[in-house]
Design a protein around this ligand. Sequence first.
Ligand SMILES: Cc1cc2nc3c(=O)[nH]c(=O)nc-3n(C[C@H](O)[C@H](O)[C@H](O)COP(=O)(O)OP(=O)(O)OC[C@H]3O[C@@H](n4cnc5c(N)ncnc54)[C@H](O)[C@@H]3O)c2cc1C
Length: 287
Amino acid sequence: MNASSSSQQNRLGHRGGTHTESTLKSSAGQGGGARARAATLRATRAGGADRLVEHARAVVIGGGVGGTSIAYHLAEAGWRDVALVDRAELTSGSTFHSAGLVGQLRSTTTLTRMMMYGTSLYRRLGAETGVDVSWHEVGSLRLASSKERFEELQRQAGWAKTFGLPLELIAPEEAQAKFPLMALDGVLGAVWLPTDGWLDPSGLAQALAAGARAKGAQIRQHTRVVGVNVEHGRVTGVEIEAREGERSTIEAEVVVNAAGMFAPEIGRMADVTIPIIPMAHQYLFTN
Ligand SMILES: Cc1cc2nc3c(=O)[nH]c(=O)nc-3n(C[C@H](O)[C@H](O)[C@H](O)COP(=O)(O)OP(=O)(O)OC[C@H]3O[C@@H](n4cnc5c(N)ncnc54)[C@H](O)[C@@H]3O)c2cc1C
């Protein structure tokens, strides 16, 4: 996160004064798997204000699938002092409401490669972390009910080949054989991607969090970010408030805003505008 303002220090509380060194430990058992171990952040106490100041290389704000994935991958890349904070519990944001559909073929190369990587991760993450992500590799269908849409599917088949995705153009009857609930009226054709699927989004976030913990990250729930500290146009850390109301500081080289639809609120704490507009969404479950 880059801040647009040039100097914005100690927004919400006093830091500084004389410091005494101490170590803060988080409980490894906080929802983590058996392989999780205690993570520590270096901590000091600001003598005058008796205010705790901790130090992490990176603070990730938000314990949805985005934040837990970032913490997992930072820890996997060898970042040992990563702290993830969520104002409530893990997956209490939009991740909890997600349908969990995973379609790999996207409109850009980067997104498609990320989705393909995601699919390979979902296949192994349960065994790695001991937390089931409920990955179901059931395949996906995209239907064409107009000539233009059919041409688009044909283009998608060519695009998929460039990634090595096993996407096939199939006849309407073949699509119906795979998904008997669909009506054939007006359907000109379909594409079938057998390696797409769905999973449990909350399970995925919990598995990523367990994996991050096992690799040394610290995860704190019921810890709200109430301020982002900025000095000379760079973030230097965050002000946090625990459930009990106690406020403290985590100083960090990197602050990651993974607060989902609340990201603009966090951005405003550092005078950064984040153009996200939440929109209503529907989905239908069938048995
Ligand atoms: C109905 C629905 C269906 C969907 N279906 C799909 C689908 O099929 N496939 C798909 O890929 N995507 C789907 N999505 C989208 C997907 O759910 C989201 O893209 C994803 O969950 C976003 O995750 P996130 O981690 O960015 O945000 P969130 O899950 O919202 O996490 C943000 C976290 O930040 C925390 N937070 C906020 N403010 C603070 C603060 N001040 N301090 C500390 N923590 C804070 C919140 O408590 C929350 O836990 C769907 C979404 C919805 C709503």
